[in-house]
Design a protein around this ligand. Structure first.
Ligand code: HEM
Length: 517
């Protein structure tokens, strides 16, 4: 009984001290720092909010604190949340003191299980001291240059050939659309990056392990003992990491993409162990597979649930990018024409991303930094550009900000703000669309993702009909999204959508060929 009393007294004292401390801080906010949004439960309220509400918490907090930037105090540190595109632009430009590296390194270590020695090697203090480009600088530069719009063509051709082959062998039947998109996307993407001897090609069942791990990736990352608390996902991760290690050990990468070959070379040059080189490539898969696979499902969902849009898009693709060679019975779709001559398809792609991408671009403040000549960000804090909040902001996009508007990006890739009757249309700030991040951490995979997603969507629209499955009168489009997920990627559907996928009768006998010129 006395132990219980002591415990209750201890908790009461802790709460009282926390409340007093917080009152003190409230009375003495530091001059120039962004306004503070205090949590309802002192010190830990925002942490609880983020753990329980995920990306949605930034929307809840921003609705309470309608400011372009504000401070979320958490225990002894703080996070600054940026909700204005104008300030996002300033944050992106302050890249000498607001860094991605101190955030991404520990995150990746927890994600893939690197040793501490490898993380130290990645920090490359020697290069920093000598003011030379670090390992991560060189990896970053190689990735951006080898995945640029011109350099990505070879890899693009491989992925289009893979999609074509798999679709040509696809039987008509009812199938869960999300699961099907996800698995197809994983297979063709890993082939394009890691070549024909990639682990999923040698053992297709591994794709399922991949999604088991991905579903609980956050759990594995935050638990101190994931081998016990998140066992299934942890074991899947270890199995996948081992297959990547085996892939490297047996030098199965001779036909891999240029970017993978260069990554492998740079890791060997740094002296990273075989084990951690395998884990690093496994981590790379997360960037390459997950967002694209989920995005393709949502783009299809937004289009196929709107019969008029299906008609318009078919007409656009048919006019600009589609042709049939009757002598060989081949139907072709040319990617470059999709990119440059199909403005509605491109607009739908960006609009879909706008509605499913809640990602926050997180940067670590390495020294006190003044942003936009106004706000002081304190060293050792984190600043987050709240993509999900910005994407739903009516001030930015107009009164239909939460709705799907297929034409929003039709005249400019930045999007246009809608007004009453569309009379007052004007271009949106270039930093408001956060689907691929921005600044020095602008997604290097975006050109490749564009090739894959636009081509796959176009061929499915042209070659297949999507009808209700057996026994149903309608398709259950627009499943709920996992809005509470920690914002490390696009939102998944919480329920799959079953569809009857049948080849269109008039094109049934043709072989499909997706091409790059
Ligand atoms: C629809 C598909 C994709 C989406 C929505 C997406 C989204 C993003 C976003 C939002 C960021 C910025 C993160 C930040 O600011 O903190 C990012 C960065 C990154 N993405 Fe993507 N991505 C996609 C496809 C890909 C692909 C195919 C790759 C394959 C290489 C890739 C590799 C990366 C990498 C390596 C970074 C970090 C860049 C750096 O370290 O500077 N992404 N991506």
């Amino acid at each position: 009984m006395s132990t219980l009393r002591a415990l209750v007294a201890g908790v009461a004292v802790a709460f009282l001290s926390a409340a007093l401390l917080e009152r003190w801080f409230r009375a003495h906010p530091e001059a120039g720092t962004p306004p503070v949004l205090y949590p309802r439960i002192p010190f830990i309220g925002h942490i609880i909010g983020l753990l329980t509400e995920g990306a949605n918490y930034y929307k809840i907090a921003s609705a309470r604190c309608k400011q372009p930037i504000y401070t979320l105090p958490m225990l002894s540190s703080q996070t600054y949340v940026v909700t204005s595109p104008h300030l996002a632009n300033h944050i992106q430009r302050a890249s000498s003191t607001l860094l991605f590296e101190p955030i991404i390194l520990p995150v990746t270590q927890r994600m893939v299980g690197f040793s501490n020695a490898t993380v130290e090697a990645f920090r490359d203090q020697e290069a920093k001291n000598a003011k030379r480009p670090t390992f991560l600088d060189r990896l970053h530069n190689a990735t951006y240059s080898l995945m640029g719009p011109a350099e990505i063509r070879n890899q693009g051709k491989v992925v289009l050939e893979q999609i074509s082959q798999r679709l040509n062998a696809l039987p008509d039947c009812d199938r869960p659309l999300f699961e099907w998109c996800r698995d197809l996307f994983a297979q063709v993407t890993i082939h394009a990056f890691y070549g024909p001897e990639n682990p999923f090609a040698l053992n297709p069942a591994l794709v399922k392990d991949y999604w088991v791990w991905e579903r609980d990736v956050i759990g594995v990352m935050v638990s101190p003992i994931p081998q016990i608390t998140n066992r299934k996902a942890y074991l899947a991760r270890e199995k996948l990491a081992k297959t990547m290690i085996d892939y490297l050990e047996r030098k199965r990468y001779t036909q891999a993409s240029a970017v993978v070959q260069e990554r492998i070379r740079l890791h060997i040059e740094l002296g990273v162990s075989l084990e951690d080189r395998g884990r690093s490539e496994f981590g790379m898969l997360f960037g390459a597979l997950v967002n694209g696979a989920i995005t393709v499902f949502w783009v299809l969902n937004y289009i196929l649930s709107r019969p008029d849009l299906v008609k318009e898009l078919r007409a656009e693709v048919e006019k600009s990018a589609f042709s049939v060679d009757h002598s060989t019975k081949t139907a072709s779709i040319v990617y470059e024409a999709l990119r440059t001559d199909c403005p509605l398809l491109n607009s739908v792609f960006r609009e879909s991303l706008r509605l499913i991408a809640p990602m926050t671009s997180a940067r670590f403040v390495t020294e006190d930094t003044i942003v936009a000549d106004t706000y002081k960000l304190r060293a050792q804090s984190v600043v987050q550009i709240a993509g999900g909040v910005m994407h739903e902001d009516e001030e930015v996009w107009g009164p239909d900000a939460r709705e799907f508007n297929p034409r929003r990006f039709i005249s400019t890739p930045n999007g246009t703000k809608t007004g009453p009757g569309d009379a007052g249309k004007h271009s949106v700030h270039s930093a408001a669309f956060r689907g691929f991040g921005g600044g020095t951490v602008f997604c290097p995979g975006r050109h490749f993702a564009h090739i894959e997603i636009l081509s796959l969507v176009a061929v499915l629209l042209m070659g297949w009909d999507f009808k209700p499955p057996q026994g149903k009168d309608a398709i259950d489009w627009d499943p709920p999204k996992d809005v509470k997920r920690i914002p490390i990627g696009v939102m998944k559907p919480l329920k799959d959508v079953v569809v009857a996928m049948n080849r269109r009768e008039e094109l049934r006998d043709l072989t499909w060929s997706l091409k790059m010129t």
